[in-house]
Design a protein around this ligand. Sequence first.
Ligand code: RB5
Length: 148
Amino acid sequence: MIAIGCDHAAVDFKKSIIEHLQARGWKVQDFGTHTSEAVDYPQYARKVAEAVARGECEKGILICGTGIGMSIAANKVRGIRCALCGDTFSARATREHNDANVLALGERVLGKGLALDIVDVFLTTAFSGEERHVRRIEGISAIEREEK
Ligand code: RB5
């Protein structure tokens, strides 16, 4: 199950991504928003990030105008490694190296074709599992545990 959410700036991308994923057999849980009425992105980032952190959804996708606000907010949830990607190289690398579990995209930044390619790469690339990457991710978790 893939969790997805957006703000008012990215309803169109969210709809296209959901259709794209469902056509490829993914199950998708849509956390909104559903209209162009202005909303605050942190509440959608939180819903998606918490669904992933609780293990209810295996990955999350968050879209706003730039992807920046969504990524900042999602990364406040313990256990979330949200990567803002504007290219497929980064999408592949963040799965292989960072084991990112949430992808952030910017509708005002990307073309739809590129965004769908980034989604495909993100969801089909496995974490490398290499010791140095495991160690570095553990370093991220240590910050979560130790920061007050
Ligand atoms: C909304 O205007 C915009 O600020 C939001 O979609 C996002 O880009 C924030 O980071």
